[in-house]
Design a protein around this ligand. Structure first.
Ligand SMILES: [Zn+2]
Ligand SMILES: [Zn+2]
Length: 173
């Protein structure tokens, strides 16, 4: 049967779903956040909340709690901005797709980095995001959480040739 366009995501759903996928790499059990910076429908960078490179993960050594917050990780939005900084990519005029409304610090960093629009599907506690975004004319859009399922039905694609997993193991030995 020919595949229908039924499950084809919109651009917004596509980038939000990607933010969810990115969040799977988070290293702190208290929060999983994913951020995708986008400009002209191109992904500039991605980020999740994680420890500094080479430093221990909360999942392995426990959280580092200060005033009821885990402070070990760099937040997803910061990590996405840092990736752009490290690789010399301009974030001016970008849109940030984030799983959750940014915290106050990330909000300020996004605004200062020239992000003009933020798209989220959930809220975050104790954040001044709304106020700061509004004061800087950054557009905030709240959308429903996208479908969690990844729709990839290899067996249904007539052009695909499935790789035999047992054979892969043999080659590795
Ligand atoms: Zn933690
Ligand atoms: Zn943050």
């Amino acid at each position: 049967m020919e595949k229908t366009k039924r499950n084809r995501p919109s651009w917004d759903q596509y980038f939000l779903k990607m933010a969810m996928l990115v969040s799977e790499r988070a290293t702190c059990p208290r929060m999983h956040v994913g951020c995708v910076l986008v400009k002209d429908k191109q992904i500039l960078s991605t980020g999740y909340n994680g420890s500094l490179p080479g430093q221990p993960h909360c999942y392995d050594v426990g959280c580092m709690i200060v005033e009821n917050h885990c402070i070990r990780t760099i937040h997803a939005e910061m990590n996405a901005l840092i990736q752009c900084a490290a690789h010399g990519t301009s974030t001016n005029g970008a849109t940030a797709y984030v799983t959750n409304m940014p915290c106050t610090n990330c909000t300020k960093a996004l605004i200062a980095a020239g992000v003009r629009e933020v798209v989220v599907f959930s809220e975050y506690h104790n954040t001044k995001a709304e106020e700061f975004f509004e004061a800087s004319n950054v557009k905030v859009r709240r959308l429903p959480m996208p479908e969690k399922l990844i729709d990839y039905d290899l067996e249904s694609f007539s052009s695909a040739k499935i790789i035999d997993a047992d054979k892969l193991d043999e080659e590795k030995q």
